[in-house]
Design a protein around this ligand. Structure first.
Ligand SMILES: CC(C)(COP(=O)(O)OP(=O)(O)OC[C@H]1O[C@@H](n2cnc3c(N)ncnc32)[C@H](O)[C@@H]1OP(=O)(O)O)[C@@H](O)C(=O)NCCC(=O)NCCSC(=O)/C=C/c1ccc(O)cc1
Length: 539
């Protein structure tokens, strides 16, 4: 029988790293169960319950958990019995964070309706690509984004409207609910995966149940016995924010909801609502350690800062520890394709491993694959991270080719990230194989911007790469070959892209070159461009 090293979780015979945490306590797979019912079913077992479910940071209006559930039921009744939406239908969302979004998510999931959220700042062309993928019957949108949607079978429900408020205020009637199996798709989330074009990640109820169970496993690890209050600056339309919200409901935390991030308002909210847990991306940590946005705010309630979605430099961690010594900073690593965290640091001890993304979540396994040879490696050797476990997506919607390129026939997901695992089972993400830019934790696909640039009549060729940026982590930088006699400048190129993409995808730096390095097969050698930038900045 193959021996697993108790410290690292590594089995030298199978070359698999196993989780060092307790296996997840999951419900039997064959019983019908939605993740919304599962999350709410966990609440009575929580040692500390916050009776307040949500607080709107701007208006300071709050709702209790009983009111939250009542509004979820009212909306479910309306969607099912008045509008006529059925299990398996898809609902598209263009909503900024608000107290109403968790109500909509819980209602749709409880009905077995597949929710598909997107950034309300997306352009019409970006939205159209997503609509063509998910084929929704209805949309929910903030009024500022609703005009970007075409007519759908059941129309668009404007969430910041008196009509929607009255739906939430109406008493629910009885619903004849149908069973939803755990293997059913709960959400379609957008990701560019390891290559350029946008893909719809099919996340099942079972995937989300597993990730919720993973957080629930550690619910008692608190410093104080005061009811927990979570504030997330991360948007609910990506898996990180979606999960932060689902986790908070399962462990009965109160969630402080900020519609739009503002550092000073966030600091004030920590003080005012005695926030115990913050979920942020690295640019927010950078902003917290710089300047004096916390001046005059009492942040003593803050116990933990959960950071993910992009790498966080060790120097930023050190500066954070100096400035906020009482706060445990826990980094995590996850993907949309893994329904959230694959690894994370839990508690003060694991938070001491600066630069590490923590340890593998329960019931999961990983392999580290040598990039050249394809051979599985042992501790302290960097290679591509492959993962396996109940958190893995079902696949990319309608894209068998991309699914086959990402999920192996024996169930491993190739992440496109280069990692190593140390002898104590801590994960370190050291590089990225996939061609992706992370601007403030958002994915930007270089190929999408290259296609746009190449469509400009005065541009004969273009390539886009990540350029290091202290605040955003990375910014998209374009290398542009002008057509003969063209005199377009940097501002023109940036404006041309900016009018056609979401704000986070904007090209923010341009270099004009004579040619773009390409492989003999014509593939852009982005790595060569990245290396030339790196060697330039060292000069
Ligand atoms: C709070 C941030 C860090 C900063 O916000 P911001 O600076 O106010 O701006 P935005 O990033 O929201 O918007 C981008 C641009 O759009 C502009 N914008 C914006 N809303 C407007 C407007 N309504 N009008 C007009 N202009 C506007 C905004 O001004 C800005 O412009 P610029 O200043 O030029 O960058 C924000 O970028 C943010 O929340 N980023 C997080 C993205 C995110 O959730 N990523 C996760 C993806 S999923 C994933 O990777 C999961 C990993 C994971 C890892 C570990 C785990 O444990 C679990 C999961």
């Amino acid at each position: 029988m193959a021996e697993t090293d108790a410290k690292s979780g590594y089995c030298s015979e199978t070359k698999i790293f196993h989780s060092l945490r307790k296996p997840l306590d999951l419900p039997p797979e064959d019983i019908p169960l939605t993740v919304s019912s599962y999350a709410l079913s966990l609440q009575p077992n929580n040692p500390i319950v916050n009776p307040t479910a949500m607080i709107d940071c701007a208006t300071k209006r709050s709702i209790s958990y009983s009111e939250f559930i009542r509004q979820v039921d009212s909306l479910s009744f309306h969607l099912h019995s008045v509008v006529g939406i059925k299990k398996g239908d898809v609902a598209f969302l263009l909503c900024s964070n608000s107290v109403k979004v968790p109500i909509i998510y819980f209602s749709l999931m409880s009905l077995g309706v597949v929710l598909s959220p997107s950034n309300p700042m997306s352009t019409e062309a970006e939205i159209l690509r997503q609509l063509n993928l998910c084929n929704p019957v209805v949309a929910f949108a903030v009024s500022s984004a609703s005009a970007k949607l075409p007519n759908l079978k059941f129309g668009t429900i404007v969430v910041d409207s008196p009509d929607f408020d009255s739906v939430l205020a109406t008493e629910a009637g009885e619903i004849d609910r149908v069973e939803v199996s755990q293997s059913a798709v709960a959400a379609i989330m957008y990701s560019s995966g390891t290559t350029g074009r946008v893909k719809g990640v099919m996340v099942t109820h079972r995937n989300m149940i597993a990730n919720t169970a993973s957080f629930y496993q550690h619910r008692s690890e608190r410093r104080s016995s005061a009811p927990a209050v979570a504030l997330g600056t991360v948007p609910y339309f990506h898996i990180f924010g979606f999960f932060a919200m689902l986790r908070a409901v399962a462990v009965s935390d109160c969630v402080v909801v900020m519609e739009r991030f503002d550092l000073r308002s966030m600091m004030r909210a920590v003080d005012e609502f005695k926030v115990t847990h913050l979920t942020v991306v690295p640019p927010v940590v950078v902003a917290m350690v710089k300047g004096d946005a916390a001046a005059g705010c009492d942040l003593s309630s803050l116990e933990t800062l959960g950071v993910g979605a992009a790498p966080l430099g060790k120097d930023v961690v050190a500066a954070f520890k100096t400035k906020f010594p009482h706060v445990v900073l826990g980094q995590g690593y996850g993907l949309t394709e893994s329904t959230g965290p694959v690894t994370r640091a839990v508690g003060p001890e694991e938070g001491l491993y600066w630069g590490s993304a923590g340890r593998l979540v329960g019931s999961c396994e990983v392999k580290i694959i040598d990039i050249e040879s394809g051979v599985a490696l042992g501790p302290n050797q960097p290679g591509e991270l492959w993962i396996k476990g109940p958190i893995l997506m079902k696949g990319y919607l309608g894209d068998a080719e991309a699914t086959a390129a990402t999920l192996t026939p024996d169930g491993w997901l190739k992440t496109g990230d280069v990692c190593y695992v140390d002898e104590e089972g801590y994960f370190y993400v050291v590089d990225r194989l996939k061609e992706l830019i992370k601007y403030k934790g958002y994915q930007v696909a270089p190929a999408e911007l290259e296609q746009l640039l190449q469509s400009h009549p005065e541009i004969s060729d273009a390539a886009v790469i990540p350029y290091p940026d202290e605040v955003a982590g990375e910014i998209p930088m374009a290398f542009v070959v002008r057509q003969p006699h063209s005199s377009i400048n940097e501002a023109h190129v940036m404006e041309f892209v900016a009018t056609q993409v979401s704000p986070y995808k904007k090209v923010r730096k341009v270099a004009f070159v004579n040619s773009i390095p390409k492989s003999p097969a014509g593939k852009i050698l982005r790595k060569t461009l990245r290396e030339s930038i790196a060697s330039h900045s060292k000069l």
